[in-house]
Ligand binder design. Structure first.
Ligand code: HSE
Length: 290
């Protein structure tokens, strides 16, 4: 057992979950990255955050990266005496682009690297821990493995199937956040059987559309399980999704929102005033450690 005395840097991609019909299941890694550097120090906890969330996130042991690192250290049975953490955040917070998954996956990978614990915490176990911390697997799966992921939970066991996929993406990021807890609170306990059937078909079609049938994307991104229920929390985003779709652009709410994701380029004019726009590609590799 040993603790590295050199810094570890982890880069984690943004992710978009659901992709329309694949609620809590489908996820896509995108080439927008958070970077965290951790270093063992003789004592104390020193946290520096720049970029997204700076001045808002706590700078103590409740910081999500630190909580995730602690979960990994608990499992690995070893931790450094003190810790210096530097977060360079690019993924916007509370927008449905996987910032919490990036923090969790980044923290777990950083902790594992710091105590050289790969033999005791392999990627499958780390994915399970990340899913437990996040509560659902659809962002942590692509954050960790890259590409397009189909993830699910069997009992308590998280599972994933990763697929290679390249598709051009535009995201429209509104200036205000919506919490995932609030968005999940808007969902009904039960849905009509017909809506479940509708989504099962669209989710299956979406995997095919993303892999080799882009002409199917407009049908394949239809959803009846979550977006309309959540529209009251993000009316402008919902309107934008609908107006893009009327024009034939496959647009969805990214994750729990309120970012709007479209599988298209050349639609910059649709960006509402005051929103940020990014042209993104799929990240194939997932999180990296150096
Ligand atoms: N599938 C999740 C949701 C993603 O839509 O609530 C948000 O983390």
């Amino acid at each position: 057992m040993s603790v590295l005395q050199t810094p570890v840097t982890v880069r984690v991609p943004a992710t978009s979950a659901n992709l329309g019909p694949g609620f809590d299941t489908l996820g896509l890694a995108l080439d927008l990255y958070d970077e965290i550097t951790v270093e063992a120090v003789p004592s104390g906890l020193h946290i520096d955050v720049t970029g997204a969330g700076a001045g808002e996130v706590p700078l103590d042991e409740t910081h999500l990266v630190v909580r995730s690192m602690q979960a990994a250290f608990d499992l690995l049975g070893e931790k450094p005496a003190g810790l210096r953490l530097t977060c360079r955040n690019v993924v916007p917070h509370g927008r449905g682009l996987g910032s919490s998954a990036a923090a969790i996956v980044g923290g777990l990978l950083a902790a594992r690297a710091l105590v050289e614990g790969e033999d005791r915490l392999d990627d499958a176990a780390l994915f399970q821990l990340a899913t437990d911390l996040e509560g659902h697997p659809d962002n942590v799966a692509p954050a960790l493995f890259g590409g397009l992921t189909i993830s699910w939970v069997d009992g308590a066991a998280a599972a994933v199937e990763r697929l290679d996929c390249q598709v051009p993406v535009t995201v429209f990021v509104p200036p205000t956040a919506v919490s995932t807890a609030e968005a999940r609170g808007l969902l009904p306990a039960t849905v009509p059987h017909g809506d479940a059937v509708f989504n099962a078909g669209r989710a299956a079609l979406l995997v095919a559309a993303l892999l080799h049938a882009p002409e199917r994307l407009i049908s394949a991104t239809e959803d009846r399980l979550h977006q309309s229920y959540r529209s009251a929390a993000m009316p402008e985003s919902y309107r934008l999704v609908r107006s893009l779709r009327v024009e034939g652009v496959p647009a969805v709410i990214s994750g729990a929102g309120p970012t709007v994701l479209a599988f298209a380029r050349g639609i910059d004019d649709a960006c509402p005033e005051g929103w940020a726009l990014h042209h993104l590609d799929v990240d194939a590799g997932g999180a990296t450690v150096r």
